[in-house]
Ligand binder design. Structure first.
Ligand code: G6P
Length: 635
């Protein structure tokens, strides 16, 4: 999974491309590359490297990279190690056709063997087959239409026009690219630059791609933050779209049919400040501090004076299966507790990657809910497609407008967390929980007044999250400094807070590189006890404090005492009104009292802060943890 960008206009392309790439570096950051085309001189300037985009911004100069057309790429390796050789753009044999690509070409080896054995390959990537295929297709097309023996995009001209929207040259090029794409199995979003051509060609299949609209200039990118500094008018390309993008004209087709008029522009409500760090040291900290706002924005619109309106119809007598990956999977697990508690409807939860290749059997009476903040996680998209094959109704819960999940699912509920740049999901998890509460109330199908008090409590969640940020941050920092000295940490919880313990452990391990495991509080005694020593601190979430089931509180407290008896230090997260537990443990983080079912909200805010400050104490690359990426578009 990678980030790709393109620019065509009248300004110098280099700084625009680098600025855009920097904003989507979270999509992959093991290497990068940029190509700028100067059609005035006929020259093409290429740079590839392993350094972060920030150092390219410092070191590359417009005088060395003149030109008003260009493409760029920031990579997350799938085929071939991160290296200059494997960095994009990749080119044809003559160095005239350049391609940046996000996705995976599954049949690249057989394409190489069958059709491209005479080509000189310079990388180990799957992507490189694309420029070679285009070169071949273009040569074939030119032979068919002209008497040129040698292909040179700069030199050909062709008089007969095939479309009112495209010149003959553009048509020929577009046809060659379309033919090349027809050979590809797998997924792609690509941008193609051709020497001498005063535009770019973009196409997508199962990978996101947008066009940002400017004044006598246009931008292409994998993701909205890449173009936000330049424009907030965006066209979302759809599955199978191919676009010829010039500075003052855009042509889009799907299959062989022109669809330009059907691809309207959307106004993106996010400002550039939304997508920037806003004064925080890291995006992750900014995004944790945006958790109250994410709750407000997510509730807004769905929770109206007339009740809950999720914009979709779901029957209450349904069976629900939730599929997801990573943090979203833990949200789904919380959702199971929430919906079963509020609506009494059984909910099954599966990891998307397991669901996809196992012999699960679903009836068409099952509604499959895919939770995915990015809307692009390959495993989750495959799960959605599988669910559709079973004839199930599908619903996507996602943060990203126009993302692939929204195109596959029958219905979408947006979480409205705003752009999330830190690789570790934070505010999107909280916003997912909010949708799941709303869904729980909605499915309960009880008269609103029966839930009046509960809904009033849900409305307090932004306030409670804010209280954790304001009141608990100092003590959390203190415990984070303590945890930073260990290499193994357990997180335990019960009930709706068990998945929250999983989430706490995931966050800690991914950003601080401390080995962390989430466990059911009652399960430690069945094995992990053997690991408990004074060097294995345990973070315990004490559920049931306020209104919850007091037996959960008692049982968890019992487990905590057992842990203490085995010498492990214990930090407890519990509600403010709990003055019992501090007698037995080493440290207590207090969060505001609320109904037990809502306690994941304040508790998660505390755990996100704990992971953040621990990683910060250890000096980790918090926004871009090693080996990880924000949206994983490969299975
Ligand atoms: C990646 C991210 C995680 C995220 C997971 C699922 O692994 O690093 O933070 O939870 O993908 O992403 P999704 O977009 O489907 O929620």
């Amino acid at each position: 999974m990678c980030g790709i960008v393109g620019y065509v206009g009248e300004r110098a392309a280099l700084p625009i491309l680098l600025g855009s790439l920097q904003r989507i570096e979270y999509r992959g950051y093991d290497s990068c590359g940029i190509l700028v085309q100067d059609n005035a001189s006929g020259e093409v300037h290429l740079y590839k490297g392993l350094e972060p985009i920030a150092s390219l911004i410092q070191n590359l100069d417009v005088s060395q990279f003149p030109g008003t057309i260009g493409i760029g790429h920031t990579r997350w390796a799938t085929h071939g190690i991160p290296s200059k050789r494997n960095a994009h753009p990749h080119m044809d044999c003559k160095g005239e056709i350049a391609v940046v690509h996000n996705g995976i070409i599954e049949n690249f080896q057989s394409l190489k063997d069958r059709f491209l054995s005479s080509c000189q390959f310079r990388s180990e990537t799957d992507t490189e087959v694309i420029p070679h295929l285009i070169e071949k297709a273009l040569m074939k097309a030119m032979k068919a239409h002209t008497h040129h023996k040698d292909f040179s995009p700069l030199s050909y001209s062709y008089s007969h026009s095939h479309s009112q929207s495209l010149t003959a040259d553009e048509w020929l090029l577009k046809e060659a690219i379309r033919e090349s794409l027809s050979y590809l199995a797998g997924s792609y979003a690509i941008i193609v630059a051709v020497k001498g051509f005063d535009g770019l060609i973009a196409a997508r299949k199962e990978s996101p791609l947008i066009i940002g609209l400017g004044d006598r200039e246009n931008f292409i990118a994998s993701d909205v933050p890449a173009v936000l500094e330049q424009t907030n008018r965006v066209i979302y390309l759809e599955e199978g779209d191919l676009a010829v993008v010039k500075k003052d004209r855009i042509y889009i087709e799907n299959g062989a049919v022109e669809v330009t008029g059907r691809r309207g522009a959307s106004m993106i409500p996010w400002t550039i400040e939304d997508a920037e760090k806003g004064g925080y040291e890291h995006f992750m900290l900014k995004e944790i501090h945006e958790e109250p706002k994410a709750i407000i924005d997510t509730l807004r619109g769905y929770l109206t004076e007339d009740g809950i309106n999720l914009g979709i119809e779901i029957r209450s007598n349904i069976k629900i299966l939730m599929v997801a990956c990573g943090t979203s999977y833990y949200a789904a697990l919380c959702g199971k507790y929430i919906i079963e508690h509020l609506a009494g409807i059984p909910v099954r939860v599966e990891l998307a990657s397991e669901f996809n290749y196992s012999d699960f059997v679903l009836g068409d009476d099952v509604t499959v809910i895919a939770i995915t903040q990015s809307g692009e996680t390959a495993d989750t998209l495959t799960a959605l497609k599988k669910a559709k094959r079973f004839g199930c109704r599908t619903v996507a819960i996602t943060n990203v407008l126009g993302s692939s999940a929204t195109r596959i699912a029958d219905d979408t509920i947006y979480i409205r967390a705003g752009p999330e740049i830190g690789v570790a999901a934070t505010k999107s998890f909280i916003a997912q929980l909010i949708i799941l509460y709303l869904l729980g109330f909605y499915l309960a199908m009880k008269p609103e007044h029966e839930f009046e008090e509960w809904i009033e409590e849900l409305k307090r969640m932004p306030q409670l999250a804010q209280m954790v940020l304001d009141d608990a941050d100092a003590e959390i920092r203190q415990y984070a400094r303590y945890l930073a000295g260990f290499e193994d940490v357990f997180f335990v919880g019960r009930g709706v807070n068990l998945p929250v313990a999983f989430e706490g452990a995931l966050k800690l391990k991914e950003i601080s590189y401390i080995h962390a495991e989430g466990y059911a509080a009652g399960e430690l005694k069945h094995g992990p006890f053997a690991l408990l020593t004074q060097d294995t601190p345990v973070v315990a979430i004490l559920s049931g404090g306020s209104d919850g089931d007091s037996s959960i509180y008692e049982k968890t407290l019992g487990n905590i005492k057992e842990i203490k008896a085995r010498g492990a230090p214990v930090i407890v997260i519990t509600v403010k009104s709990d003055d019992e537990v501090e007698k037995y443990v080493d440290a207590v983080i207090h969060v505001p009292d609320t109904r037990d079912i809502f306690s994941p909200i304040p508790t998660t805010v505390a755990l996100h802060l704990l992971a953040y400050w621990t990683a910060r104490t250890r000096g980790c690359e918090i926004d871009k943890p090693r080996n990880l990426a924000k949206s994983v578009t490969v299975e």
